[in-house]
Each structure stands twice: as C-alpha cells, then as structure tokens.
Design a protein around this ligand. Structure first.
Ligand SMILES: Cc1cc2nc3c(=O)[nH]c(=O)nc-3n(C[C@H](O)[C@H](O)[C@H](O)COP(=O)(O)OP(=O)(O)OC[C@H]3O[C@@H](n4cnc5c(N)ncnc54)[C@H](O)[C@@H]3O)c2cc1C
Length: 506
C-alpha cells in the first residue's frame, strides 16, 4: 500500500494561534518524520491582544512540559480566579464568575437548591459567600489549589492573565527548539490542486514556493487559506452578539494586581481590565451602531486607573464562525476559524481545543471526510455553547438606560439558549452536556448574578430540617472565609513564586 502519511505541515501565521499550534504539534509528533514549517509576516503583525485565559490553558502548558514559574516570569503573568462582572444585570451590580463550585451538595441535592430555599425563607446571604475562589478574589488573595481531594482548598481552579505577545514568543522558542522551521515572508498566492481542490503549496512574495501535505490556517481574521483560497463561508452571529469593534490600550499599574479579570458593562458594550505584572490591559468592546470610535476611545481613556502606555488601537470583527473549520487539507485555528468576543476569555481556549481535536483526529494525506466531519462537529458545538453563554450575559439584563441595553434585553435569542433559560427559571435545573465548555457553576454564576432566579427549587431540599440547613450553611461560610483568609495576598504569592523582571511596559 502506498505511504499516505503526512510528512510536511505548513502553518500560516505566527500569532498566538500559530505558535500554540506549532508548539502543540511539535510536542506530540516529535518522534514522527514530519517537518513543521511556520510562515509569518512581521510586516503584517499580529492582533496582539488576548491576555485573559480559562483554567484549561494549564493542561495545554503541562502537555508541553512547561515550567509554570518560568512561563509566568517570561510572560509577566498573574493568576486568575474568575471574572468580575459589573453593571450587567442592573447598574451597580457586581458578581464574580468563579473557577470553582459553590458550596457542597447536601442530601444528594445540588447546593444552589438549598441556597434558593434559604433565600425564599428570608436568608439574604449572597451566593458568593459559598465560593472559595470568589472570597479569595474579593480579598485579593491567592494560593494554588490543594492536591488533597478531601480539602476545601481543592475545589477550585485558576487560569492566567498574561502578555499575549510574550506568550507567542515563549512558544516560538519552544517550537523552534523542537525543530519547527520559521520562515519570514508574506504569502502572495495559494495554489490549489486541480483534481480535488486540496492546497498544494503557498508562494511567498519572495517567490519561494512552500508545498505541504496539511496546511493550518492561523492567518487571523483574513482567513487567507480557509476563506480567501477555499471559500468556505462564514456564519454571521451579529444578530445575537452585535458588538463589532474594540479599542485597546494598556496603562500603568497603580495598585497591587488582583487575581481576576473585570468586565464592566458600558453604554454601548463593555470594558475589560486585565492586570498583568508589568501593566494593566484595557479595552472597550462596542457596537459601532451605537457609538463612534472616537467616543469609545474617549470613554476608555477616561476610565483608566493609571497613565496610558500607548495610543488606543482599534480592532474590527464580525462575530460568528467559519462554516467549516476543516476543509480539504486545511484546518483553520484561531481568529481564522471564527470570532467570539472576549467576554469569557474563550478564544485561546478554542485554539487549544482545536489543536487537541486535530491531534486526536490526525489524518493522512487524504484527509478523510469522516475526520473532517467529526472535527467540524466538535468545533461547531464548542463555538455554539460559548455563543449561548455570551448571549445570556447580554440578554439577562434589566437595563434599559441606553438604546444598546434596551435592544439587548428585547432581542430574540438562539433556541438552544431559550430552552436552557426556561429550564432554569422553572425549577433551577442547569442543562448538563458532555461536550462543550462551561459547566454548572458557570451558568449559576451568570443566571443568579444577573437576577435570573428560579420560581422553585428541588423539593428534596425540604427533607433537610430548617435548623440543620442553617447550621450547614453557616459552617460552610465560616470554613470558606477561614480558608480564604489563610491564603497569602496575590501580590505576595507572585513575588515569592514567579516575579518577572521589571520591563518598560509599553
Ligand atoms: C479585542 C480583542 C480582545 C481579545 N481578548 C482575548 C482574551 O482576553 N482572551 C482570549 O483568549 N482571547 C482574546 N482575544 C482573541 C485572541 O487575541 C486571539 O484568539 C489570538 O490572538 C489568536 O490570534 P491569531 O493568532 O489567530 O491571529 P493574529 O494574531 O492576527 O495572527 C495572524 C498571523 O498571520 C500572519 N499573516 C496574516 N496574513 C499573512 C500573509 N499574507 N503572509 C504571511 N503571514 C500572514 C500575521 O503576520 C500573524 O502572524 C481577543 C481578540 C480581540 C480582537
């Protein structure tokens, strides 16, 4: 039988997606006779934002064998226990979406049902009093989770806030040390094979021709291979997520860094704040129908806590996803595969899922249709689940104070989200699914944080006597507070474990 094994992989693009892909493939395929080449153009540059992550990135880094302290020092990273949402349900509201569970089940019934019961009985204690990562975040404290599963301190996770440009550079060094060959140059043309439309080669402006068996399109929003060459098509989701621009600007750090990202609802979108070791990343994601670029930049600059370190950068995007993320012998990873705004810091996570799924389904040179279909099914689900979760943030609002928010509240939502919200409103049921991101605590955080409160709770909760329930709840609160207060401050932990060399932040 002819050898159909892949021998050459060509990655187009050297942003976060390109170098994560190069590092992931180089690590996993290291013992196979496969050449990996990466082409990037420093003249075109990268998006360069993308600083907040979700806990799964720790598995990615671990799969590469990265040393956590070294990685954190080199990327100016801080720890992240969750995201604080301000002004989303109502102006003045604040809640944190934590990386960890709320309370503990009692009598086999999920904790939030008992909390709902206590609330209906007049107990005003907020849900966040039962979350260790939220209590630690609010106190500005951090310690890694305990490896002992019996310990309360094992019930949370964490992610990082880092400089995306430094992360890409870090992974570039890793990938090049493992044989990935980088070529500087601009892709001028993509050559398709006559008989089946597979990509045969790319040519650079220099005239160099680079042939490959498998191409990974990490070229960013433009989708150089997947769209411009293969014309795969794009599914537009702006009817649900209409923000289409962002202004981004870093500023000086003027206070000790906190272990969480902040997303504050503004008049025509929302503003992110991501504290790193050497600076704070800021941006305003907005809807151009409701605010001009100048006005958005003005609002952002006026809200900075310290002096700006650069002029605002403007980015444009269309929320949605590529109709096929794997087509023929081309897999789109990163912004070329679609875009969901960074409200829940999910883009780098989607890059990671894409790399893992590609490696699980790693094809031969024929790229079997079944492999493509399965890959596209998995990625479609990931995108849709995240989309629904993001739409929930906008739709579950009582705000009508600006035209933007009044429209979000009134907009139709995807059927898949309407069904989830109906189930929750009725009796507090959170839809569970096997594939896709965001588990029960995440949905609870946003539902209850934005005042979507169920009419009833699980009746089995009533089998726990009132006094016993009150006692259990009080004990949980005390243990959580005690554990959070015993942690070092976030700043102390960073100073002890992974302090980066101070640099000029701009
Ligand atoms: C406003 C905003 C905020 C974000 N915040 C977050 C966040 O907090 N967390 C998160 O997880 N994600 C976030 N993201 C997403 C994150 O930035 C991206 O997922 C990540 O940077 C990956 O980008 P990329 O590598 O796909 O594309 P890019 O960074 O655009 O890289 C594209 C690469 O392709 C190369 N290229 C393009 N055309 C050619 C050509 N013709 N020839 C040669 N090379 C070419 C470029 O040189 C570049 O190297 C954010 C995105 C935006 C827009």
């Amino acid at each position: 039988m002819a050898d159909r094994a892949i021998r050459t992989i060509v990655i187009v693009g050297g942003g976060t997606a390109g170098w994560m892909t190069a590092a992931g493939l180089a690590a996993k395929l290291r013992d196979l006779p496969i050449d990996i080449r990466l082409v990037e153009s420093s003249e075109i540059g990268t998006v360069g934002v993308g600083e907040a992550t979700v806990p799964h990135i720790r598995h990615f880094n671990a799969s590469l064998g990265l040393d956590e302290a070294d990685f954190m020092r080199k990327t100016q990273a801080t720890y992240k226990l969750g995201i604080e949402f301000r002004n989303w349900g109502r102006v003045g509201d604040s809640y944190i979406h934590p990386f960890g569970a709320y309370g503990a089940t009692i009598g086999g019934v999920g904790f939030h049902h008992h909390w709902l019961r206590a609330r209906q009985g007049g107990d005003p204690t907020p849900l966040e009093a039962y979350s260790l990562p939220i209590r630690a975040a609010r106190l500005g404290r951090f310690a890694p989770p305990s490896p002992d599963p019996r310990s309360l301190a094992s019930t949370f996770s964490y992610a990082y806030q880092f400089d995306a440009g430094l992360y890409a550079a870090y992974l570039r060094a890793y990938a090049e040390a493992r044989g990935v060959v980088r070529t500087e140059g601009k892709v001028a043309d993509v050559i398709l094979r006559g008989e089946d439309g597979f990509i045969e080669a790319i040519t650079l402006e220099s005239g160099e021709r680079i042939a490959g068996d498998l191409f990974v399109d990490c070229s960013g929003f433009r989708g150089l291979l997947i769209e411009q060459a293969l014309k795969t098509g794009y599914e537009d989701w702006t009817r649900w997520l209409p923000c289409d621009r962002a202004a981004a600007v870093p500023c000086e750090t003027v206070e000790p860094s906190i272990p969480y990202t902040r997303a504050t609802a503004f008049d025509a979108g929302w503003r992110w704040r991501i504290p790193l070791q050497h600076r704070v990343g800021n941006g305003y994601v907005y809807c151009s129908e409701h605010i001009s670029d100048d006005e958005a930049a003005g609002k952002l600059l006026a809200d900075l806590e310290g002096p700006a370190l650069a002029e605002p950068r403007f980015l444009r995007f269309v929320t949605g996803r590529r109709k096929k993320q794997w087509s023929r012998n081309c897999v789109a990873i990163g912004l070329s595969s679609g875009f969901l705004e960074p409200l829940e810091s999910t883009s780098i996570h989607l890059i990671q899922v894409a790399i893992t799924t590609l490696l699980e389904l790693f094809p031969d040179r024929d790229c079997a249709q079944a492999d493509q279909d399965e890959y596209n099914r998995v990625m479609d689900l990931e995108f849709e689940r995240i989309r629904d979760f993001l739409v929930l943030h906008y739709h579950a609002t009582e705000r009508t104070d600006t035209p933007f928010w009044a429209a979000r509240r009134a907009m139709p939502i995807p059927d898949s989200l309407a069904y989830k919200m109906d189930l929750f409103r009725d009796r507090g049921v959170v839809v569970k699914y096997k594939d896709g991101f965001f588990l029960e605590p995440s949905w609870l955080a946003v539902y209850l944080g934005q005042n979507v409160v169920p009419l009833a709770y699980d009746p089995v909760s009533d089998t726990v006597p009132d006094a016993a329930l009150a006692q259990r709840l009080a004990a949980m609160r005390q243990t959580i507070d005690k554990t959070a207060l015993a942690m070092p401050t976030h700043a102390d932990w960073i100073a002890r474990f992974c302090a980066a060399t101070p640099v000029a932040a701009a």
